[in-house]
Design a protein around this ligand. Structure first.
Ligand SMILES: Cc1cc2nc3c(=O)[nH]c(=O)nc-3n(C[C@H](O)[C@H](O)[C@H](O)COP(=O)(O)OP(=O)(O)OC[C@H]3O[C@@H](n4cnc5c(N)ncnc54)[C@H](O)[C@@H]3O)c2cc1C
Length: 593
């Protein structure tokens, strides 16, 4: 994907329109990116997919050997600079590989934990000696990594961790004692990124190697991702040399939270890989399964499901690579301004933390939707453990829980949005006041809505007004108590997510039309229009729920009327649009976009 000039700041999509020319779309992949994706796909299809049952039984040594093979191909070192044995590829290439491998069920989780939360803390926060020592071996898979943040008593509230680290009297090492919970890859990891409190309250990261003082609990019995090793990690007077302090004492939160920003968008990428595979399996089954003397793919009810899976996938993909390229562009600006590659990516991901949180929620929820309908399309066979939907359905569910639960990410989305506004980084006051004025004015019925996307662009701008109206009123009403109004924040976050998704799919369709012409893009137009059409109603419901929970009397009336106006959209025959999309899926026999 071509590099873009940074045109928009993180979170600014709520108040600004973006030109289609300024977003990256998956169709602009370079030949090298396509080649790397093919390599990842081949690896998955030959080495992983044929042995999924063995992986889920956690056959001794199997996951490690798969990670070793992935390491030989370079799949573990995509983001690691070449001087440390990696490929040093750009951010969107790493998202692409994450997407491709994301179709690998438990293997995808093991790989993501190793390359993401396990390796990135050292890449981004390690000093030169730590990088020299660990990164080359992490890139090849000689060392396998895990990340130990969660504890039995602290999950979402991660900074409340109780694990203690005390400096030895001779000052050569820390002695760590505590218990970590739900640690992915723990069963075979050599390196554990551990967070502990120094002197009681200085939350700090450490690189801990397997050895004395570190023991493991049994494998957890889980609903899904059964092939992924998940264990407790016990640290009992575990001696860690002072050289292995990661970053600064008391600054562990910077590591934990910054790594999560990147982890969140990558989770969306992995979910997308799972979605595409599930869509393919759903289409194939629907074509083969005969009921009432015909393939079930002939039935409108099934076509609706197949099409909706594709609409959700295409939309989420549009948003994910758009945000990825925005992060990459910001990163390049930081590098040009003198930051190191590592500092630059962290700062860029921090700038786009709102988009990362949005994508985490959207990606995991789209995957859950897609696998749920996958089960339904397979009927009884969807419920059979001998057919592929069973695993897809069970494995999907964890994504709404880890990397920050979706509740936490929804609240974070709005929290970051308000904080940016307060700091003056996002000018929401001007646009919010304009919306207030518009509420009192006579509606404008002006634009020529027959022209392509004119009505949709207007609808999108109106969605943004709905959010500004709701967010502005809630901020005024609750002031510093807003953080405790979680239901309202969740409603507002839902609207923000719908806006980002709608805008992304619309801009992708528009850009594709500018490149290929309208006739070649009719299905992209269908996808964008159907998504936007349904998003409008969802914005309406979320908006009503928010407004009715705090506004009364005239204020409530005016806001509800405004919401009605802001969520108006021209009627669309979504049945026909979905039928056209489904026809393409059925003809292709797979997810074709
Ligand atoms: C299979 C698996 C693998 C994992 N891998 C790792 C790993 O490798 N490393 C690691 O460190 N951790 C890992 N985790 C832990 C994971 O990140 C946590 O489970 C997650 O952060 C949620 O924490 P919790 O389970 O304690 O839930 P809790 O925090 O107790 O949350 C329970 C519910 O309450 C909600 N909630 C919590 N706080 C609030 C709030 N302030 N407002 C509103 N709602 C709230 C949550 O959204 C959730 O619905 C893994 C978990 C699982 C299940």
């Amino acid at each position: 994907m071509a590099t873009l000039i940074k045109k928009i700041k993180g979170g600014e999509f709520v108040i600004k329109a973006t030109d289609a020319a300024d977003i990256a779309i998956p169709e602009e992949r370079t030949e090298e990116q396509k080649m790397m994706a093919d390599m990842g796909r081949d690896f998955l299809n030959t080495e992983v997919i044929p042995i999924l049952d063995r992986i889920d039984k956690q056959e001794e040594g199997l996951m490690q050997s798969l990670l070793d093979k992935a390491g030989e191909l370079g799949l573990l070192g995509i983001s690691i600079p070449e001087k440390y044995n990696g490929f040093g590829k750009d951010f969107n290439t790493s998202l692409l590989i994450t997407e491709v491998v994301g179709a690998g069920y438990s293997f995808a989780v093991a790989l993501a934990a190793h390359t993401g939360i396990g390796t990135l803390p050292i890449l981004y926060f390690g000093n030169d000696a730590q990088k020299d020592k660990y990164l080359p071996k992490l890139a090849t898979g000689e060392l396998k990594a895990s990340y130990c943040l969660t504890e039995p008593g602290s999950g979402s509230d991660a900074l409340a961790a109780k694990t203690k680290a005390t400096l030895s009297t001779d000052g050569t090492h820390y002695i760590i004692t505590g218990q970590k919970m739900w640690i992915t890859n723990a069963g075979f990891a050599d390196v554990f990124i551990v967070f502990a409190q120094v002197d009681g309250d200085k939350f700090t990261g450490f690189i801990v190697e397997k050895g004395d003082g570190l023991t493991l609990g049994n494998e957890e019995h889980k609903m899904g991702i059964k092939g992924s090793s998940t264990r407790q990690v016990f640290l009992n007077d575990c001696k860690v040399p002072v050289e292995n302090v990661l970053g600064q004492i008391g600054k562990g939160h910077l590591i934990a939270f910054n790594i999560l920003n990147i982890g969140r968008i990558k989770l969306a990428a992995a979910a997308l890989g799972g979605c595409k595979r599930t869509s393919m399996l759903s289409i194939q089954y629907a074509k083969e399964r005969i009921q009432f003397k015909q393939p079930i793919a002939n039935f409108g009810a099934i076509q609706h499901k197949l099409a909706e899976q594709a609409i959700q996938i295409f939309t989420c993909e549009s948003a994910m690579y758009r945000a990825g390229a925005d992060i990459q562009a910001a990163e390049e600006e930081y590098v040009a301004a003198g930051k190191s590659y590592e500092e630059a990516l962290l700062a860029a991901a921090q700038d786009f933390a709102i988009e990362c949180a949005i994508l985490k929620v959207a990606g995991s929820e789209v995957l859950d939707y897609v696998v749920d309908e996958g089960v339904q399309i397979l009927g009884g066979y969807g419920f059979s453990a001998d057919y592929p939907m069973d695993r897809a359905y069970r494995d999907s569910r964890i994504n709404r829980i880890f990397e920050g639960t979706n509740e936490i990410n929804r609240m974070l989305t709005m929290d970051m949005f308000f904080k940016k506004a307060m700091k003056g980084e996002l000018d929401i006051m001007g646009p919010a006041m304009a919306v207030q004025k518009e509420l009192m004015a006579i509606p404008d019925f002006g634009a020529d809505e027959d022209e392509l996307f004119v009505a949709e662009k207007k609808a999108l701008a109106n969605m943004k007004k709905a959010l500004l109206m709701g967010a502005g009123a809630a901020a005024q009403k609750f002031a510093d108590k807003l953080a405790t109004e979680q239901e309202v924040l969740m409603n507002l976050a839902d609207i923000a997510i719908l806006i980002y998704m709608s805008e992304s799919v619309l801009l992708r369709a528009e850009k594709l039309i500018s490149q290929r012409g309208e006739a070649a893009c009719s299905l992209f137009v269908d996808i964008a229009k159907v998504y936007l059409n349904d998003a409008m109603d969802k914005v309406n419901v979320a908006g009503k729920n928010a407004i009715n929970s705090f506004a009364t009397g005239d204020e409530q009336k005016v806001m509800l009327m405004g919401l009605k106006r802001f969520t108006k959209i021209a009627p669309l025959n979504t049945r026909d649009a979905r039928r056209r999309i489904a026809a393409k899926l059925i003809e292709a026999g797979t997810y074709p976009f």
